[in-house]
Design a protein around this ligand. Sequence first.
Ligand SMILES: [Fe+2]
Length: 201
Amino acid sequence: MSVQINDLELLDAVRDFALRHSHPAVQKFSDSMQNWGDDWVSIEPTYLPAADFLAEAIANTDQQTRPLVETFAQHKNRMHWEQSYKKADDVVPDAMLEGYAFAEIIGKRGPFISDRIRAGMGIWGPDILYPRHQHQAEEIYIVLAGAAEFKIGVDDETRHVAGDVVYVQSNMPHGFRTTDQSLVVYYLWQAGDLRQTSSFG
Ligand SMILES: [Fe+2]
């Protein structure tokens, strides 16, 4: 099967956003992004309620981040929305399970398959705590819409808004709490198991 044109639009959107970004932490991911791989697999669309926050989130973007959020909003219904955690794991609050989702564009499970880089969009509703957790891969969050109070390592809690870049080094504990707005982030992982389950505490 040949690559679906809609998937190519999403691939171009996430690649261009990262490769054109001037922040040095984002540029650390350029090599992986340029050489993500060459395999594509068709992914079954799935729905999660948090995807619906995309529509209102567009109002809370900035000039730089709006086009990417609009692209994801356009493709929302044919994307594979998923979660990393289950209620039985008892690691994140029920409110987070009811109000978050992510859709991956590049990563171990596709649609664009890569062992080098993981890239996609995560959405959290208002007033949600994502507890402190860690994983081997280094990570970037770029806030696309809304705001959250991020806690990275021993640093003070810091509020980040649309356009801000949050870098998390390998195995560094990190978490955040969303504000009264929903939060949309673009995430990147590299240099670790790209589907490692985070450890908490
Ligand atoms: Fe993380």
